[in-house]
Design a protein around this ligand. Structure first.
Ligand code: SAH
Ligand code: SF4
Length: 411
């Protein structure tokens, strides 16, 4: 989402005559796009802005902060940045840069209609909704991004059409809860219907989407994995914890049994689908036994990939008032245990690819190898190619694997 926001920020700055530079030291203006999901990313921005403040004593430099910023951090950042603004007001950035003051207008969703400077000619991030209504106990997002707002369907479809006409091969639909698309307005299609409409756009391209919430994973949506030929065989479905008690404390609104049943239904319609997840270890009060439920879930569900995070308290959230009682060392241990189980299941999944021919979108050529992803989002290092293939689909025979990637040769 932040990468996508950055592309739109670039559009606005280009309109003001700015050009992107690869090097911080050449910049007259720096925009930081913050992520507030965990404290570490915010700490990094504090570090960066200290350097920029020193730079400012030597040369002219304007610093701006946007993205996901919590109210308490915003207060502090207002002292260190020249301007801090809500990303939803991006269309008003020219005026704000002029006055160096944040506007109090709130332009809900308008910035999504800005035509972005897509950073790649063949892969595009297309935000379809922003915000979240779920208020999971640990999460900063509803506070930084506000309530759910779905972008008009015609607007999304015309952006995708234009991208595909210009040779784009992979469209990634984005949203904090991508599959709750349309729930906020009566006249909008739901997410499953939107996928069908995008799938009907002529052209050879792939459709991905991220991130889905288990509560909005309808059977209609599950069926799209087979009904829509362009929808990739990959699902990222955050579990967060394998214990239904912890899920309840997290305010996730589903049980482990419900989640497991979803995965079974997805695999029933699309047996080879790759599935990844998000997990938080060390949520306040998570006991050893409850953590072991997550271990069991990992063994049971056999993920292809997982993004495992140590719980980080976020100010203003419900869990911020809970005692963060799982110490750092134990959080680290839990993370390591899950990573080991994952390495086993991921290895098992990747092994099955060896000997198969896969369609891969070639993304870059480095040190004599082509790199790309399969439709199941497996990274492949490909020999026998050249940089001319970048941006195209290629057929690859998979020759080897490890838990995190595949190797192959061009057909
Ligand atoms: N909307 C998505 C997740 C968005 S945030 C969902 O509902 O699943 C991305 C991931 O960051 C989450 O899935 C969660 O695993 C992690 N995360 C969010 N808040 C966190 C916190 N306070 N500490 C640690 N990890 C967190
Ligand atoms: Fe955060 Fe996702 Fe929960 Fe929304 S659904 S509060 S974005 S974790």
């Amino acid at each position: 989402m932040n990468n996508s926001d950055a592309e739109r920020i670039e559009t606005v700055l280009n309109g003001l005559g700015y050009k992107k530079t690869g090097k911080e030291k050449d910049a007259d203006l720096i925009v930081a796009v913050a992520c507030s999901v965990r404290q570490a990313a915010i700490d990094r921005i504090h570090g960066k802005v200290r350097n920029w403040q020193r730079e400012k004593q030597k040369r002219k430099l304007v610093t701006v902060l946007t993205g996901c910023v919590l109210a308490t951090d915003k207060k502090k950042f207002t002292e260190s940045f020249d301007l801090v603004f809500n990303i939803e007001n991006l269309t008003l950035l020219p005026e704000m840069l002029h006055s160096m003051k944040e506007t109090d207008v709130r332009e809900r969703g308008k910035y999504l209609t800005l035509k972005p400077m897509h950073s790649s000619g063949f892969q595009a991030l297309v935000p379809i909704m922003t915000g979240c209504n779920n208020f999971c106990a640990y999460c900063a997002v509803p506070f930084t991004r506000g309530r759910e707002y779905s972008r008009p369907a015609e607007d999304i479809i015309s952006e995708v059409k234009e991208l595909v006409e210009n040779g784009c091969k992979e469209i990634t639909l984005l949203g904090q809860n991508v599959n709750s698309y349309g729930n906020d307005k009566k006249d909008l299609p739901n997410f499953a219907e939107l996928l069908s409409k995008i799938n009907d756009i002529p052209g050879d391209f792939w459709i991905r989407y991220i991130t889905s919430h288990p509560k909005d994973m309808s059977q209609d949506l599950i069926k799209k994995f087979v009904q829509c030929s362009k929808v990739c065989g990959y699902l990222h479905l955050p579990l967060q914890a394998g214990s239904s008690e912890v899920l309840k404390n997290m305010n996730r609104n589903y049980t482990y049994e419900h989640y497991k049943n979803l995965i079974e239904r997805v695999r029933a319609v699309k047996p080879n689908i790759a599935i990844s997840t998000d997990i938080i270890v060390g949520f306040p009060g998570e006991t050893i036994e409850q953590f072991e439920d997550t271990m069991e879930a990992f063994k049971d569900l056999k993920y292809d990939m997982a993004y495992i995070a140590q719980y980080s308290p976020r100010s203003g959230t419900k869990a911020a008032s809970f005692d963060d009682n799982v110490d750092k060392k134990e959080k680290k241990r839990r993370l390591k245990v899950l990573t080991e189980i994952l390495a086993g299941t991921a290895l098992e999944k990747n092994k099955k690819y060896v000997g198969q021919t896969e369609k891969v979108l070639a993304e870059k050529f480095e040190k004599g190898l082509l790199f790309g992803h399969t439709d199941s989002f497996k990274l492949v290092a490909i020999s026998g190619g050249s940089k001319e293939y970048v941006g195209n689909f290629v057929q690859v025979i998979i020759t080897d694997n490890n838990p995190w990637a595949l190797e192959g040769t061009m057909v």
